[in-house]
Design a binder for this molecule. Sequence first.
Ligand SMILES: *Cc1c(COP(=O)(O)O)cnc(C)c1O
Length: 344
Amino acid sequence: MPAIDVDLYSDTVTRPTREMRRFMCEAEVGDEQKQEDPTVNLLQEMVADLLGKEAALFLPSGTMCNEIALRVHCRPGDEMLAHRTAHPIHYEGGGPAALAGVNVSALDGPRGQYDADAVAAAIRPDSRYMPRTRLLWVEQTSNLGGGSIWALDRIAAVTDVARRHGLRTHLDGARLMNAVVASGVAARDHAAPFDSAWIDFTKGLGAPVGAALAGSRDFIAEAWRLKQQMGGAMRQAGIIAAGGVFALHHHVKRLAEDHANARRLAEGLAGLPGVGLDPATVETNIVIFELRGALDAGAAVAALLARGVRMGAMGPRTVRAVTHLDVDAAQIERALDAARAVLV
Ligand SMILES: *Cc1c(COP(=O)(O)O)cnc(C)c1O
C-alpha cells in the first residue's frame, strides 16, 4: 500500500494523542464486572449526565450498544423502523436478525432522514399475521446521509408518532457530539425524546476503544445482563474508559475544526468538473460526493491513494471522505491538490 499522507477514510482511523495515552496510563482501575472500576464508573456517570438519562453502561463498541439496545427493546418477531441507510442494516453482520430476531422495515427520505408521515405509514395494524412494530430508530448524525443533522423538530415529530403507537425509541449517536457542536443544541436535548441513546468514543472523539449506552435504570439493568451474556463485561477496563473520559474533556469543542475542514474540502471538490456535490449540504465531518467523470469510485479511490490520499468508495460512483483530529487544514489542501489531478 502506498504511504498515506491524508487519511480521510473514516474518523475511526485516529490514534490516541500523547496526552490521551498518558491519561489512560495513569487511570485508576478495578474489576469492571463487579462495578468496581472507578474510571468506568466515572465515564458512565459522565455519559448519563451528558445524555440526561438515569444510567449508562460502558461497552466495547457502538455496534454492541445498538445490538444490546435492540435486544432489550424487542422480542424475536418484532419489527423496528429505521432509515434504509441505518448502520444495523448494513454494517452489523446481520445482528438484528442473528442476535435479536428482529425484522427491519426500511424507511426512505433524503439524506438519511425520514419524516413523521413515513413513520405513520410503516406502523403495522394490530394483526397476528404481521410483525409487531416495536421500535423507532434514529441515527444522529446520519452517516450515509453525509453527516446530516436531524433537526429537533423532526425528531420530535417522528418520536411523537412512535410514542402514540406505543413504540420504543432509540438514538444511534455514534456521531451525536458532531451534531451537538454543529447545531449548538445540547446532547441531552437531542437524547430527551429517546428511551435509549449512546455515543461512540472512537469516531470524532478520537479514543481507541469503547462506547456508552444510556437509558433508564431498568433499561441499563437489562443491558447489563446482555453485556454479560454476550461476553462484553470486562475487568480493568478503566484503562480504556479513560480514553473516553479524556475525549469528553478535550475533544468535543474541537469537532468544530473537523466541520470547518469538511466544509473547505467540500467547497474545493464541488468546483471540480468530475464531482457532483452541493457543499451547503455538508453540516458536520462527512463529505459524500458523486463522480461525473471517467473514473468509477473504485478507480478514483485507487488513484487518490496513489497520491497519498485515502477516501472510501461507498457505491459505484459514490465516494466518502471523513475529517477528524488527525487531519489538519494543510492536509485538506493537499487532499484537494490530489483531487484536482484525479477527479477531472
Ligand atoms: C461506527 C458506527 C456504529 C458502530 O460503532 P462501532 O464502535 O464501530 O462498533 C454505529 N452506528 C453508526 C452510525 C456508526 O457510524
